[in-house]
Design a protein around this ligand. Structure first.
Ligand SMILES: [Mg+2]
Length: 183
């Protein structure tokens, strides 16, 4: 069975935007994340993006536009020497009560089914409490919260119970450097 690293998109790989990432003009890639992804590409992990994009369900942008934006991001990551094996996106608005919008585990379990992933030996990296909750609900063994994006503010909403289950790093790169040392 494969190991995977699940990466939230906004706040982990690119800057979070309060008014949503609506077009490529809104995409601010973290340089440190590109470095981290290049280093991750050498490791035997499937690398998955798991992202909530209610901007689609709210009718602000089309599904095809959101998918094209993800594809362009993957291409930039590849040009920088990185690799993304799959992009799993929830396009629904919160009121839809779907099974895929984090904190629900649906995106992660869908990826697990597609790739035969051992979630207990896998990693979830996110900047929001809902990322940690989705990973926990899916049974992901390693929950990493980064303080880029919304992370610093979101950390204030982490209760004692959740705090005991997560590890905090200042960025995706800081986490990946630690992962490489401790492999
Ligand atoms: Mg995020």
């Amino acid at each position: 069975m494969q190991q995977a690293i699940f990466l939230d998109r906004d706040g982990v790989i690119i800057e979070n935007q309060a008014a949503y990432v609506r077009s490529w003009a809104d995409v601010e890639i973290f340089p440190q994340a590109l470095v981290a992804l290049r280093r991750l590409a050498e490791l035997p992990y499937k690398i998955m993006i798991v992202t909530n994009q209610s901007v689609v369900g709210r009718g602000i942008i089309e599904l095809a536009a959101a998918e094209a934006l993800n594809q362009r991001l993957v291409e930039v990551i590849e040009q920088a020497g990185g690799r993304i094996d799959g992009v799993y996106m929830c396009p629904h608005a919160p009121e839809t009560r779907c099974a895929c919008r984090k904190p629900q585990p649906g995106l992660i379990t869908e990826a697990r089914n597609d790739w035969h992933i051992d979630l207990s030996r896998s990693i979830m990296v996110g900047d929001a409490v809902t990322d940690m909750q989705a990973g926990l609900a899916a049974g992901v063994g390693h929950l990493i919260m980064v303080t880029t994006g919304r992370g610093r503010v979101q950390l204030q909403q982490v209760d004692q119970d959740l705090r005991a289950k997560i590890t905090i790093f200042e960025s995706l790169q800081a986490y990946v450097e630690d992962l490489l040392i401790n492999l």
